[in-house]
Design a protein around this ligand. Structure first.
Ligand code: F6R
Length: 369
């Protein structure tokens, strides 16, 4: 049932191109527009939405953090992202014009369920993004957009995360389409880019051998740090979470701009620091800033592991290890940038003799608060 792989996690990492393609399937019509029939919240209602609030836990929360960039950019609707476990306890401000998006692979996470119940009590509409047909979260939501990752068995989420991202992009684009904001060239172009992204994920998977070798060489380390900016920041958080869960190592993700506000004090000789570099095209300011960040940490002895787009030559002099990812639009980069981090964590776990599919102390579905 592991299809020739040693672990479910490896199989599920390998299934990501298909999972991404399946989640897009049938949702883009021949004219290049989105048809999300399952989103049973009417177009007039969606036009009334004045705030989007995303609630989720763990890896799904990281998908939500990335969704915020896409939603605000493509729709200009303010978007908040909150850990489901914190949400209802702070008496959040919600009403009938708030659209709450609950993201959950299992559809059974108690924290997320309680957050969505609270939102519905306040009169908000809830859209679930979920991977498990007929589970509790979609049953209790007003609408659901299913991710088509197929069953995810390994405790650490991989393909479900990529499909959650795809679903988030679809919702963001759909909101933009329905509301007419920025609808037109940019959104159409992104829809075309999304249709190609499965191939890009496939290409990343073909180049992972050096990442595995690097991971094995770091098996004796105690700490790995992850840095990113913009959508690369949640990717850094996800890379760190994967490493904690699987390798039981101290791992932290930071927004690279925060370095000088504290974390740079952690940098010491030969400390591995993974840096997710945004595309040099488009938001080039961000790219230049992160190149300076790489220089700063390297000058203090960090061993830099740089994830950068093909053709990005500016990072080369400062990268002790360079991991190339395909050229993608900035907002979609997490779909390709996360994959090496999954492989890295999985290989480190194996090198440290850990149980990859069943990390200690964790359960696949957390049905208690
Ligand atoms: C991380 C992981 C967890 C889950 C979290 C939410 O690899 O698996 O952090 O993402 O427990 O679970 P779902 O998505 O089922 O609500």
């Amino acid at each position: 049932e592991k299809g020739g792989y040693d672990y479910f996690m490896l199989k599920e990492i390998a299934e990501q191109p298909k999972a991404v393609a399946d989640t897009l399937l049938g949702r883009i019509d021949t004219s290049g527009a989105l048809t999300l029939d399952e989103v049973r919240i009417s177009a007039p209602e969606l036009r009334e939405v004045d705030k989007v609030v995303i609630v989720a836990c763990g890896t799904a929360f990281h998908a939500g953090l990335i969704a915020k960039y896409a939603i605000e950019h493509w729709t200009r609707i303010p978007c908040e992202v909150e850990l489901a476990s914190e949400f209802r306890y702070r008496d959040p401000i919600l009403d009938a014009r708030s659209l709450v998006i609950a993201i959950s692979q299992s559809g059974e996470t108690m924290d997320t369920l309680m957050a969505l119940r609270h939102a519905r009590e306040q009169g908000s509409r809830v859209l679930a993004i979920c991977n498990t047909n007929g589970s509790t979260i979609p049953r209790e939501s007003d609408a659901v957009l299913y991710t088509h990752a197929g069953p995810e068995v390994a405790v650490a989420s991989t393909k479900a995360f990529l499909t959650q991202l795809v679903a988030c992009y679809l919702v963001a684009l759909y909101l933009g389409q329905v509301r007419g904001t920025k609808w037109g060239d940019e959104i159409r172009a992104v829809i075309r880019d999304l249709a190609e992204i499965s191939g890009a994920v496939e290409r990343v998977l073909e180049t992972m051998e050096p990442v595995r070798a690097l991971a094995r060489s770091l098996a004796g380390k105690k700490t790995v740090l992850f840095l990113g900016r913009h959508v690369g920041y949640p990717v850094a958080l996800e890379g760190a979470l994967k490493l904690k869960e699987l390798a039981y190592m101290h791992a932290e993700g930071f927004a690279a701009g925060e370095l000088k506000h504290g974390p740079i004090a952690l940098i010491e000789d030969d400390l591995p620091v993974v840096v997710v570099v945004p595309s040099p095209r488009g938001r080039s300011v961000l790219h230049d800033k992160i190149v300076s960040n790489i220089q700063e940490i390297r000058a203090r002895g960090a061993r830099t592991i740089v994830i950068a787009e093909e053709g990005d030559e500016a990072v080369v002099p400062y990268a002790d290890h360079l991991i190339r990812i395909p050229v993608t639009p900035t907002l979609l980069q997490p779909l390709v940038a996360t994959v090496p981090l999954q492989v890295f964590a999985c290989e480190l776990a194996t090198a440290r003799g850990n149980e990859v599919d069943q990390p200690r102390n964790l359960a696949k579905s957390v049905t208690v608060e």
